[in-house]
Design a protein around this ligand. Structure first.
Ligand code: FE2
Length: 194
């Protein structure tokens, strides 16, 4: 009788992205350079949906999940998977650091808002698998305030986020009914992957 060996996750794509991010951060780029390079790194990472282990694609019945994939030891960047259950989404929020969202599985709707969170800007943008969208507190064209939600009401979507820092340690804000409230996101209990 033979025993099937457990399927090991294929982490080479994530390792490649981490190594590229480390090299980028070593060069201490300005934000525009960081955004351009990180966008390319994230695009390569989400080009194929072959590497994310099931442990980091777990959804929750009530809240979207943020699973840590890698946190740079010096907190220069972080990579996480967001898992959106059917119809789940965020309140209007800011980031205060630059970052990219890239859809790995399913689709998301991103709605930009003015920096005070009071007014939506343009129509929501749909991101399908393989597409990316940036946030930036320093580039008004990109903007830092948005809400994001699963484009699907009947299945999960998964996106990969790369931020210029450990997003769980960043003091930021949510906006609702004209009020700005302090907010800090937290990772799920699933351990960091790498
Ligand atoms: Fe966001």
């Amino acid at each position: 009788m033979t025993h099937a060996s457990p399927t090991l996750p294929n982490l080479s794509a994530l390792r490649t992205a981490i190594t590229a991010m480390q090299s980028l951060c070593d060069r201490q780029p300005d934000e525009a350079t960081w955004l351009a390079a990180t966008g390319a790194i994230l695009s390569a990472l989400i080009a194929q949906d072959t590497w994310l282990p099931d442990s980091h694609a777990v959804s929750d019945a009530h809240y979207f999940q943020q699973h840590a994939l890698h946190i740079d030891p010096a907190q220069r960047f972080s990579i996480s998977s967001f898992v959106w259950g059917p119809g789940q989404g965020t309140p209007v929020h800011n980031h205060t650091i630059a970052g990219w969202v890239g859809v790995l599985r399913g689709a998301e709707l991103c709605q930009r808002f003015t920096e005070n969170g009071a007014t939506s800007l343009g129509p929501a943008v749909r991101l399908d698998a393989g597409q990316i969208d940036a946030v930036s507190p320093h580039d008004a064209q990109i903007g830092d305030v948005h809400s994001v939600r699963n484009a699907f009401e009947d299945r999960n979507s998964v996106s990969i986020h790369i931020y210029r820092g450990d997003i769980s340690r960043i003091q930021r804000s949510v906006f609702a009914q004209g009020e700005q409230k302090p907010f800090q996101s937290s990772y799920s209990a699933v351990p960091t992957l790498l």
